[in-house]
Design a protein around this ligand. Structure first.
Ligand code: MN
Ligand code: MN
Length: 293
């Protein structure tokens, strides 16, 4: 999607001119570009849990960032899901910033998870939107280290099939594709390298829910324009469902492939909701069969 650079610039213009937004002229001249920004940050295929930017939505609170979009769950102190677009414009040479830090954009009064909360938990600080998927600038890469994009993830999952699938996605992009990716969690309770835990940091005033499973859905398109209109029943979709435990690395990522319909049943979300129902039905009922080297 070539609008990325333009749309990204417009977001900084918007931030820089926030006090001018009351002016009707400023709003009108910027409005069309803001819509493009939304399309590039994760909701292009729909908002699977109908998350809203409304503090009463405590278990399904929508946060849109230039780099990714997420639904946050105050009771779990983690996201439910994170969605983003990945094309060659997002890939560069920026090194990992490693600046894990609280997300100050959470609503006032909500606990802001810190990096320290994960200390000695037996779980990795697992990225949902990977650091390496946002390597075209320091700012974009740094945004992936906000703790709202981080999950307690079993080390052998994070450093095994999970990262292997992330690498596979970037290989698809380097081969000329662009991807729409959404990833999230289900259930509670996982096995890290210090054993089973339902939550971490539970000795303090709040606990961070440990997911039971991590899932991911990837829609693959050849690089191009008008992405929504190009999706057909033969568009490749890869969906996986992996256990959050130290045995996850006994299988390759490709052995965890499932249908989107199965993930819809697990999560009670509606993925691809902006696509026609017939198209959803055909894309969602299949399990990716492509052979993986
Ligand atoms: Mn379905
Ligand atoms: Mn659906």
């Amino acid at each position: 999607m070539r609008f990325f650079i333009i749309s990204f610039a417009s977001i900084f213009i918007l931030w820089g001119c926030e006090s001018d937004l009351a002016s009707p002229n400023a709003t009108n001249s910027l409005a069309p570009q803001t819509e493009i920004v939304v399309d590039d940050t994760g909701l292009t295929l729909g908002n699977p849990s109908e998350a809203e930017d409304n503090v009463n939505f405590t278990s399904n609170y929508l946060i849109e960032k230039p780099q990714y979009t997420l639904s946050y769950n105050r009771a779990r102190n983690t996201a439910n899901w994170v969605a983003w677009h990945l094309d060659e414009n997002h890939l560069g040479n920026t090194s990992r910033q490693n600046d894990f830090r609280p997300d100050a954009t959470l609503p006032e009064g909500w606990y802001q998870v810190t990096s320290f909360d994960y200390s000695e938990s037996g779980f990795d600080r697992g990225h949902l939107c990977p650091s390496a998927d946002r390597s075209n600038s320091v700012g974009d890469n740094s945004a992936t280290f906000l703790m709202s994009n981080i999950m307690p993830q079993a080390p052998d999952l994070n450093q095994g099939p999970w990262v292997e699938l992330e690498i596979y996605c970037r290989d698809l992009v380097r081969q000329g594709n662009e991807l729409y990716i959404i990833t999230g969690v289900a259930g509670q309770g996982g096995v890290g390298n210090r054993g089973f835990k339902r939550s971490i940091d539970s000795n303090r005033h709040t606990g961070i829910a440990v997911p039971e499973r991590f899932w991911k859905i990837i829609l693959v398109l050849p690089e191009g324009e008008n992405d929504l209109e190009r999706i057909t029943a033969s568009t490749r979709v890869i969906a996986v469902d992996m256990p959050n435990d130290q045995d996850a690395d006994t299988r390759l990522w490709s052995a965890y492939r499932v249908s989107v319909d199965q993930l819809e049943r697990t999560t009670d979300y509606d993925f691809f909701s902006r696509l026609a129902i017939d198209l959803q039905n055909s894309l969602e009922s299949k399990v990716d069969q492509e052979s993986i080297n």
